[in-house]
Design a protein around this ligand. Structure first.
Ligand SMILES: Cc1cc2nc3c(=O)[nH]c(=O)nc-3n(C[C@H](O)[C@H](O)[C@H](O)COP(=O)(O)O)c2cc1C
Length: 168
C-alpha cells in the first residue's frame, strides 16, 4: 500500500539520527508540490539538536512531541516570491503534505504542528529563527525514526456518503 494511505502522525521517536540524504529527499519532495501560478513561495529551515528542538517545542502547547524528535522542519512563505498572494497557504499546505508522505516512504515518522494563522505561534517561530519581515512561518513538522515500527499504518477513512458524482 502506498505511503499516502499509511502515513500517520507519529509523536514518539527512536534516538537515531536521520541521514542528511533523507532530510534532503524530504525537501525535494516538498518542492515538487503544485503552486498557484507556479509561484513556489516556499522556503524551509531545518532544526536539529535536542536543545534547539526543546526550545522550539514551546511555540505551541500541542508541540511537546517535538522533544525526542530528530529534526524539525519549518515551512515558510517568502512574501517576495508571491505572484498569486491569496494562494500561499494552499501552496504551503501541498508542500507540507508532500514532505509528510515522502517521510513515510523513507521509513520515517512525522507530525505536522499547526502554525499559521495563529499569530502567537507564528511570532514565536519568527523570533526563534530571527526571521525578516517578508518570511512567514506556515507549518512546523517534527520527525525521526518512529519508536513503534507499526506507527505508520492504514486507517480507512473513505466515506462514500461524502461523494457526489455528476454525470451527463
Ligand atoms: C493543520 C494541522 C495542524 C495540526 N496540529 C497538530 C498539533 O499541533 N499537534 C499534534 O500533535 N498534531 C497536530 N496535527 C496532526 C493531527 O492531529 C492529525 O493529522 C490527525 O489527528 C489525523 O491523524 P493522522 O495524521 O495520524 O492521520 C495537525 C494536523 C494538521 C493538518
Amino acid at each position: 500500500m502506498n505511503s499516502i494511505f499509511t502515513r500517520r502522525s507519529v509523536r514518539s521517536f527512536l534516538p537515531k539520527e536521520v541521514e542528511a540524504e533523507k532530510i534532503e529527499k524530504l525537501l525535494q519532495a516538498a518542492m515538487q508540490a503544485p503552486s498557484a501560478m507556479n509561484q513556489q513561495p516556499w522556503e524551509f529551515i531545518v532544526v536539529r539538536g535536542a536543545e534547539n528542538l526543546e526550545k522550539l517545542s514551546h511555540f505551541h502547547v500541542y508541540a511537546t512531541s517535538m522533544v525526542g524528535a530528530d529534526f524539525a522542519i519549518i515551512v515558510l512563505c517568502n512574501n517576495e516570491r508571491l505572484k498569486s498572494p491569496l494562494a500561499w497557504q494552499q501552496d504551503l499546505g501541498a508542500a507540507t503534505q508532500n514532505l509528510l508522505v515522502e517521510a513515510t516512504e523513507l521509513g520515517l515518522g512525522t507530525v505536522w504542528f499547526g502554525t499559521a494563522p495563529h499569530q502567537p505561534r507564528m511570532d514565536y517561530v519568527r523570533e526563534f529563527c530571527d526571521l525578516p519581515e517578508h518570511m512567514v512561518p506556515y507549518s512546523v513538522i517534527a520527525g525521526g525514526y518512529p519508536k513503534d515500527p507499526d506507527a505508520n499504518h492504514f486507517k480507512n477513512r473513505f466515506d462514500p456518503s461524502r461523494v457526489r458524482y455528476i454525470t451527463e
